[in-house]
Design a protein around this ligand. Structure first.
Ligand SMILES: *Cc1c(COP(=O)(O)O)cnc(C)c1O
Length: 365
């Protein structure tokens, strides 16, 4: 008997494996594995979520109030913004609108784990450019462009490495691309970047037909559960994404919470400052373990990618951190068997992670 069979490129997809939140013995762990905000969300967002609404009514399909507030906060044109069910939905839409079987979607070797899937789901081929250190290399990305390249995906800051390409490098990447290749600049962690770096991605998106910038409420705004993200780009790109997206793609509560959260930029600043302080503390402690083969990639995001190249292995550190009550992300499936991605958590979490790593190295606490 036959049964419905998927397209061959769908059959090749492996289901997403989320980070663990329980130890082997079933003990619940504090998650430092999903880059969630340890400060939660703005009290204004909590208040908005506590308001009741009639669940029988569909949400605003155009998220008009939310788009206008985003435009106000970022100095953008609200007509050049589309909101989505997380930024993930919109990345799917953009790639699907422009690529298909036989086409190539280009990314740096270590990028957001969703990116290869975006290509595979539509029968396109994910192409990985060699990194520099572990981060993206503009030269290697440009060298990997072929006649089949339709989209370049750049997460900046990068996940899982945390590295940040400065505006001049992003501009050089854009300038080197053919004008019919879409450059997606995924700024999921932009709010965590040192303000001294000031990204110029919005200006690129406002002035070119082949640049789309994505942002999310899932990270610094602490609204991952609500699933709200957005993109900005040329009228042409915005039209394409609007055709592809779900009609009522952002829930009533998601629109309300994101709108309220935008009004509390103090919370975003508090999140950035907390993150910068704890990231620095963790990075300095890890630098002291250099003679044990442990190091971290430079990060402008809310996590550190920690490398284990000495006698203490990533697997041993994963287990010791689990015993200490923390889940972190081991990414052998992404080609990083000797590294752990550790989300910056509370001050207590930083203290516990440092103590665990020092103990593993036999360094006095
Ligand atoms: C977390 C993350 C996102 C956000 O995804 P949402 O769908 O908005 O929750 C996007 N890009 C990268 C690189 C991320 O790490």
């Amino acid at each position: 008997m036959s049964r419905p069979e998927p397209k061959p490129w769908i059959a090749a997809i492996h289901a997403y494996v989320p980070g663990k939140s329980k130890s082997a013995s079933g003990k619940p762990l504090v998650k430092l594995s999903a880059n969630e905000n340890p400060l939660g969300a703005s009290p204004a967002a909590f208040a908005a979520l506590a308001e009741t609404h009639n669940p029988a009514d569909y949400p605003d399909p155009d998220a008009r109030a939310l788009r206008e507030k985003i435009a106000e906060v970022h100095g953008l044109n609200p007509d050049r913004i589309v909101c989505g069910t997380g930024s993930g939905e919109l990345l799917h839409c953009a790639v699907q609108a422009l690529a298909g079987p036989g086409d190539e979607v280009l990314m740096s070797r270590y990028s957001f784990s969703l990116y290869p899937l975006l290509a595979q789901k539509i029968g396109a081929t994910p192409v990985f450019a060699a990194p520099e250190g572990f981060g993206a290399s503009v030269d290697n990305l440009l060298a990997a462009v072929t006649e089949r390249t339709r989209v370049v995906l750049l997460d900046n800051p990068n996940n899982p490495v945390g590295t940040f390409l400065p505006p001049a490098e992003v501009a050089r990447l854009h300038t080197g691309l053919p004008s019919d290749v879409l450059l997606v600049i995924d700024e999921a962690y932009a709010e965590y970047v040192d303000p001294a770096f000031q990204t110029q991605a919005f200006a690129l998106a406002a002035t070119h037909e082949n640049v789309l910038v994505s942002r999310t409420f899932s990270k610094a705004y602490g609204l991952a559960a609500e699933r709200v993200g957005w993109v900005t780009g040329s009228a042409h790109l915005i039209d394409l994404v609007n055709r592809m997206r779900g009609a009522f793609n952002v829930s009533v509560s998601g629109q309300k919470a994101a709108l309220a959260a935008l009004g509390d930029q103090d919370f975003v600043a508090r999140s950035r400052n907390h993150n910068a302080r704890e990231r620095q503390r963790l990075a300095e402690a890890i630098a002291m373990l250099g003679n044990h083969g442990i190091s971290a990639s430079p990060s402008e995001a809310n996590f550190l990618l920690v490398h284990f190249e000495g006698t203490v292995t990533a697997a041993a550190a994963l287990e010791a951190l689990s015993d200490a009550g923390y889940a972190v992300r081991h990414l052998p499936s992404q080609g990083l068997p000797n590294s752990l991605r550790i989300t910056i958590g509370t001050a207590q979490a930083t203290t516990d992670v440092i103590a665990t790593l020092r103990k593993l190295c036999g360094v006095a606490a």
